[in-house]
Design a protein around this ligand. Structure first.
Ligand code: LRH
Ligand code: MN
Length: 426
């Protein structure tokens, strides 16, 4: 199943005049405010988000999983599905693999297929939170932090293998998320757990090629419910500093205790040139992995304000890795991802409309009311014509979700793959 250009353009034809009217009206208004429209469109077009290879089928919880029909059952089919997202949105030009869920069989063939869709291989993810069927030892009592030297060694070797796999695909970064932790007080010694983890990370850092980056992802709880070794940004930041210049903190939006000020964490990490990237999603309570922007769109906007600022001011901070990490328990996975991609672009565009100069002036005057007015003027701007214009100029769909439905993509996939196919992953 491929999105054929001519059919996509057929669908666009009916909407193009409406878009041109909306776009020129908005562009005129924003130009009056001193916004560089072409610059903004270029930044939107350059903004590529990596799609997680583990989130192209239906997700689930311990209480069950409702399969979605026509799910991809191979890495090849997953790359094709990401190709559909990229053809429609022109902003999904990367994939983030999770190993061993998605080990390529034929490296040359999978690289060729990805290239054909305009997709690159972003960060690769290791997995020391599940025991593999052929494993000699278990991660039941931790991996990097385990008190058992051989278990730590097994975890380090696995991560080195993931780096080697990534290197063959042209990836340039490794994301490490550890489930390591405890469910009960007294279950394990905190200090030796952290020391073992630091030691294991340093070994992997040493194995990585010199042009690779290490992303250390933190999470306060789940699957452990009393303590987690890498529980918060501070612990990840400390471990990244202990590893070296090419180790950074990765912020998964769902990995924060309720009401945590994530935009402040982002500002702090960028100031210290230690922000590596994001796992975008949204949540109401815990690590709910819901559609980006579906619960707290204003919070996402405030985070992008710090990102736009940080990208301006913290030139030492590396180019950020943008990735989605969501789980589709009830929506069509591809429709869910289309909505997430739109929400990310929307927040980025709105943040780029913030009049930072006036904001700084109002802040220096202590004019708190004006500060909020400046932020919310940008947030209240309907930027959708800008997003559509950026897409259509690259050959994408004016309205990706509408076109996805009009082209009955899901039915095509079911016809091709059968109804009850199940994708690997979460
Ligand atoms: C942990 C996490 C991590 C992945 C996993 C699939 O909650 O966010 O990024 O390895 O989800
Ligand atoms: Mn994540």
């Amino acid at each position: 199943m491929e999105i054929r250009k001519e059919i996509l353009q057929e669908h666009n034809k009916k909407q193009i005049q409406g878009l041109e009217n909306d776009f020129s009206r908005l562009a005129e208004k924003l130009t009056e405010k001193g916004v560089n429209i072409q610059g903004l469109l270029q930044r939107l077009q350059d903004f590529q988000v990596a799609i997680p290879s583990w989130a192209l089928g239906a997700g689930g919880t311990r209480f069950g999983r409702f399969g979605f029909f026509g799910e991809p059952t191979s890495l090849e089919e997953k790359i094709d599905d990401i190709g559909i997202l990229h053809a429609l949105t022109k902003t999904a030009g990367a994939v983030s693999l999770h190993i061993p869920w998605d080990i390529p069989n034929d490296y040359a063939a999978i690289k060729e297929k990805a290239k054909g869709h305009g997709i690159i291989f972003d960060a690769v993810n290791s997995n020391t939170f599940q025991d593999q069927s052929n494993a000699q030892l278990s991660y039941r009592h931790g991996s990097f932090s385990s008190m058992d030297k051989e278990v730590r060694q097994m975890a380090v070797l696995h991560n080195n293998e993931v780096v080697d796999i990534g290197e063959k695909l042209g990836s340039k970064s490794l994301t490490v998320w550890l489930a390591d932790g405890t469910n009960f007080p007294g279950q394990r010694d905190f200090q030796s757990s952290l020391l073992n983890t630091e030691d294991s990370l340093k070994k992997i850092y040493g194995h990585m090629p010199d042009d690779w980056k290490l992303f250390i992802e933190y999470k306060p709880y789940e699957p452990n419910f009393y303590s987690t070794v890498i529980q918060d940004w501070g612990t990840s930041f400390m471990l990244a500093n202990a590893c070296g210049d090419r180790a950074y903190t990765l912020v998964d939006l769902g990995h924060h205790l309720p009401n945590t000020n994530i935009e402040q964490i982002v500002a702090t990490l960028m100031l210290k040139d230690k922000l590596g990237g994001f796992h975008f999603n949204d949540s109401k309570y815990g690590d709910d992995d819901l559609t980006v922007g579906s619960i707290k769109p204003y919070s996402l906007f405030l985070i992008f304000n710090e990102l736009v600022n940080g990208m301006e001011r913290s030139k030492q901070n590396p180019e950020l890795a943008w990735m989605i990490d969501a789980s589709h328990n009830i929506k069509d996975p591809l429709e869910d991802l289309l909505q997430s991609l739109e929400a990310i672009q929307e927040s980025y565009a709105k943040a780029m409309l913030i009049d930072q100069e006036s904001l700084l002036e109002a802040q220096s005057k202590g004019d708190v009311v004006q500060c909020q007015e400046i932020l919310q003027d940008a947030f209240r701007t309907d930027v959708r014509p800008l997003l559509a214009k950026a897409r259509v100029d690259l050959g994408g769909a004016i309205n990706p979700l509408k076109t996805y439905r009009a082209m009955e993509v899901r039915n095509e996939l079911i016809a091709e793959r059968g109804k009850h196919t199940v994708a690997t992953g979460l």
